[in-house]
Design a protein around this ligand. Sequence first.
Ligand SMILES: Nc1ncnc2c1ncn2[C@@H]1O[C@H](COP(=O)(O)OP(=O)(O)OP(=O)(O)O)[C@@H](O)[C@H]1O
Length: 242
Amino acid sequence: MKITNVIEANGLTKMFGDFTAVNAITFEVKKGEIFGFLGANGAGKTTAIKMLIGISIPTSGAAKVAGYDVFTQAEDIKKNIGYMSQKFALYDDLTVKENITFFGGIYGLSKSRIKEKTKELLEDLGLEDVASQLVGSLPLGWKQKLSFSVALIHDPKIVFLDEPTGGVDPITRRQFWEMIYRASSQGTTIFVTTHYMDEAEYCDRVSIMVNGKIEALDTPKKLKEQFHADNMNDVFLKLARG
Ligand SMILES: Nc1ncnc2c1ncn2[C@@H]1O[C@H](COP(=O)(O)OP(=O)(O)OP(=O)(O)O)[C@@H](O)[C@H]1O
């Protein structure tokens, strides 16, 4: 595995009985890259992510994440990645500070490091005044920014974001993407799924999954050229609708 590739998947496949949810996907993601992982509902994105983060054993194929094998080194993968999704984020019934402490602990940070990180994170996000408020009382956009920061608390090599901005307004989504850019410029690799096609334009490279297969993979610029499309929405529609 080349040092610059933080994800390498080769013929990665997941079957549920006779149904092939992920069909022999092959791709690489480079260090610091913002990699968009697109596909219509049910295309197989979440299933693929679950295999890459070491919580679902592939049926066949191979993949390495942060240098570790998905079949034999799932525990090492988990220590080296961050994960955030619209469905799984923070605990609403814990305060902002308690959530940070809780996840810092889960990720194995020392008490002093958690204290440092909490201060840094609250300052960066401008959340000092609400540190003792229940997360459930915060606006969704704030929760998502906090959730992203928490996913990065242990300085993972890669962060997997499964529809991280679902349901928030365009301005908050833009701010969220600024955080993504910052993390990427510091060398963190971003693997992100989204249904917002403007966000696909922000990615370095984008793959598009249709019925379990990766049907296209390139920079947004090249994909638009390849599909004679004005924007990523057109590219997506041409592919996803066949
Ligand atoms: N545990 C499971 N058992 C059987 N089928 C499953 C299971 N998990 C997912 N599937 C099926 O696999 C297909 C891919 O699902 P997946 O959740 O990976 O899609 P997705 O691209 O993430 O969709 P969405 O954008 O809606 O999250 C779907 O048809 C789904 O019903």
